[in-house]
Write a protein that binds this ligand. Structure first.
Ligand code: DUC
Ligand code: ZN
Ligand code: ZN
Length: 464
């Protein structure tokens, strides 16, 4: 067969195997894995690793925050930055506004994504107003190929436990996965009020205002609700050792519970929020940054299988009046925009500090960065693996390239990981067989990425 493209000489890595083969791509899909293939176009992957492209499963793109502040990245800059970081697909959030129908939310995010994304995408739907009409409408999201929902246990956008149970139940019935931001709202409000009333208002007080206990309590409650509804649940951005233990325990007990953590909890600490002259505001994210023993515990849980995915939680707000200081400079820690960028850093950080430093295997890296997200969010076997018939969503990595982290390709004016020395970078990224990134250059156009309708089959915990 004459292929459109062949990738020659690389070492192929999936979540389960590592082997040498060439890949033949035809009509955007992997047509052949073998030797001596024939193709119109050739990518030489000698001394490179050839892996499924990353799937970024937690990022905020062209989305207003809980306080109404728009992210700096739209689908163009966000997808370009994701691709430069080794991702061939991403799943940002479509966030329902209070009073808005599901159809209106999805239509709005289609408008934001359609002509802009350079890589394939889907959405998780954030539910902030699950009234009766919205719950009745929810099954229509499945028909559209959207099967994951996120709820908050804090912020004005939070749901009650009863509403959470309603959503879990509908998701279970139709084959969907509910994701949760787990922090106890009243504990956070009480701590924040006490701190601000005492005059403790600088960015650094964001950390004590959101204590580990608030996450632990909420994770415990969320798991109980998922057990009651017998419905699958993904606890996103787990940031505490006790929270991770609760996820591990639930999985061992056979509950439908999955966990995610993020690079910021592995590489930064609350000392970063302590930086002078409001610079600490760059490091305000929720849950907040913790400490070194937490980093070590989270790494152990990554290696041991507690977490199915490591996602960036890219929530980009610039260090200016458009972002962090939308409410002014002279305000307390609650009023700075909440989140930090990292969509381009997730995979290089995990490769360098995880694989190169021996904390996780190459196959675990592929599982955590691509395959498990594909399985959880309904894209496997179309995406997330190197198999015949799968989309040719491929990232080719130079495992030896070393760089000092500087500016990224997002629309941000700072990089929280700047200055780190990283070994291993993606050199080529393909989505459906088309070069998106090659040799440091962008090859795709806005709108080349496609919406990928997904369907989800319930998993047992040990399957990711
Ligand atoms: N939760 C997120 O998932 N991202 C940004 C801020 C937040 O609270
Ligand atoms: Zn969250
Ligand atoms: Zn998030």
């Amino acid at each position: 067969m004459k292929h459109d493209l062949i990738i020659k000489g690389g070492k192929l890595v999936t979540a389960n195997e590592t082997f040498s083969a060439d890949i033949g791509v035809k009509d955007g899909r992997i047509a052949t894995l073998g030797e001596n293939l024939d193709g119109n176009d050739v990518i030489n992957a000698d001394n490179k690793l050839v892996m499924p492209g990353g799937i970024e499963a937690h990022c905020h793109i062209a989305q207003e925050s809980a306080n109404g502040i728009m992210t700096s990245d739209d689908y163009e800059s966000g997808s370009i930055s994701a691709a430069f970081g080794g991702n061939s697909c991403f799943v940002p959030f479509a966030a329902q506004k209070k009073g808005e129908s599901i159809a209106a939310t999805i239509a709005e995010y289609d408008r934001r994504a359609e002509t802009k994304s350079v890589i394939d995408y889907s959405y998780h739907l954030i539910l902030t107003d699950p009234n009766k009409e919205v719950l009745d409408e929810l099954p229509s999201a499945f028909e559209r190929g959207i099967t994951s929902f996120k709820v908050f246990m804090t912020y004005a956008t939070r749901v009650s436990d009863a509403q959470f149970l309603d959503i879990l139940t509908i998701a279970r019935r139709h084959g969907g996965l509910t994701m949760v931001h787990a922090e106890n709202h009243d504990m956070l409000s009480w701590m924040s009020n006490a701190l601000t009333q005492g005059g403790y208002t600088e960015p650094r007080y964001h950390a004590p205002a959101r204590p580990s206990l608030a996450e632990e309590e909420a994770i415990n409650r969320a798991i109980s609700l998922s057990k009651l509804a017998n419905a699958p649940l993904m606890i996103v951005h787990v940031s505490t050792p006790k929270g991770a233990e609760l996820v591990a325990r639930a999985r061992m007990d056979g509950a439908f519970v999955f966990g995610e953590t993020c690079p910021q909890y592995l590489f930064l600490t609350r000392d970063d929020i302590d930086r002078p002259d409001l610079e600490g505001a760059k490091y305000i994210c929720s849950p907040p940054l913790r400490d070194i023993p937490t980093q070590e515990a989270l790494w152990r849980h990554i290696a041991g299988g507690t977490f199915s995915v490591v996602s960036s939680d890219h929530a980009p707000y610039r260090f200016d009046e458009s972002g962090k200081f939308s409410n002014g400079h002279d305000v307390d820690f609650r009023s700075f925009a909440n989140g930090m960028p990292g969509i381009e850093m997730r995979l290089p950080l995990m490769f360098s500090e995880g694989v190169v430093k021996g904390r996780i295997s190459l196959n675990q890296f592929v599982g955590l960065s691509s395959t498990n997200a594909a399985r959880l969010y309904g894209m496997l076997p179309r995406k997330g693996t190197l198999a015949i018939g799968a989309d040719a969503d491929i990232a080719i990595w130079d495992p030896n390239e070393t760089r000092i982290v500087g500016d990224m390709h997002d629309a941000m004016d700072y990089n929280p990981f700047e200055g780190m020395k990283i070994t291993g970078w993606p050199t080529t990224v393909l989505t459906q067989g088309q070069r998106v990134i090659d040799a440091g250059k962008l090859h795709a156009n806005p709108g080349d990425g496609n919406f990928i309708p997904v369907s989800y089959t319930h998993l047992r915990a040990h399957e990711t």
